[in-house]
Design a protein. Structure first.
Length: 249
């Protein structure tokens, strides 16, 4: 569980100053150096496998389900039925032909959701850095591993934003260093320490609505919606049990 502490948003801080991450927490190396639009080399269909399928899965992971369920897109490089279903939901949401294959039009839309520094269209690295140091250092994983986890979280948040009617989402707390987490009274094994969590505020939208939409985005950790922010995380990606504090609603 995350604490109820809500530090100030730092969207304007350090924009563009963080180098693109070079590693991943539990997968293949996906980007390094100066990020740019992903170079898709083929149309991806069910039955395919490879690093490009892994990247596809990361980008459509927020489209894991149509309704509340403990469902997530496996980031395993194998294009199976779960990946196909998520691709179809993504395509439907963005007005594309919903054929469950990731061809040029779908790939172009996926790339349109990426900023040149490897973050996503509506979320910046500066929103997720440790609010004491302004970096991704000092957590439970290396800075590059944390940053990759943050990137994966961003794509799920893009899906959540879309499902909320393109309502802007404020990230009040993303990654936390061990030291900063202790200072604010966070849980000793908080998902914030791994870069897999975010505390959100969506102006004009009730937390209960945010919680309900997040239940379809592959988030395996959801704090109760009755506090002053909505916590989401992907703890199942770290091999942890699902935890929806308010249950399925």
């Amino acid at each position: 569980m995350t604490s109820s502490f809500r530090p100030l948003n730092r969207r304007a801080m350090l924009r563009g100053t963080l180098a693109a991450g070079a590693g991943v927490a539990f997968g293949q190396l996906l980007f390094s150096g100066t990020a740019q639009a992903y170079s898709w080399s083929r149309t991806l269909v069910q039955g395919d496998s490879g690093a490009d399928v892994t990247e596809l899965q990361i980008r459509i992971a927020g489209w894991a389900a149509d309704s509340a369920s403990h469902s997530r897109v496996g980031i395993d490089g194998d294009f199976g039925p779960g990946t196909a279903a998520a691709v179809r939901r993504f395509q439907t949401a963005y007005g594309l032909t919903a054929d469950a294959s990731a061809g040029p039009n779908t790939q172009a839309k996926l790339n349109a959701l990426e900023q040149s520094d490897g973050s996503t269209l509506h979320f910046d690295w500066s929103e997720f850095v440790d609010q004491s140091s302004g970096t991704f250092d000092g957590g439970k994983l290396s800075a590059s591993q944390v940053k990759e986890n943050v990137r994966r979280c961003m794509y799920k948040l893009e899906a959540l934003r879309k499902k909320l009617g393109d309502k802007p989402i404020t990230v009040n707390s993303g990654f936390r260093s061990i030291a900063h987490n202790a200072d604010i009274g966070g849980a000793t094994d908080s998902m914030h320490l791994y870069g897999t969590a975010a505390d959100l505020d969506v102006p004009g939208v009730a937390n209960k609505t945010v919680y309900q939409k997040a239940e379809t985005c592959g988030f395996s950790g959801l704090e109760k919606y009755t506090v002053d922010h909505q916590h989401v995380d992907s703890r199942a990606d770290l091999g942890r049990d699902w935890w929806w504090e308010s249950g399925t609603i």
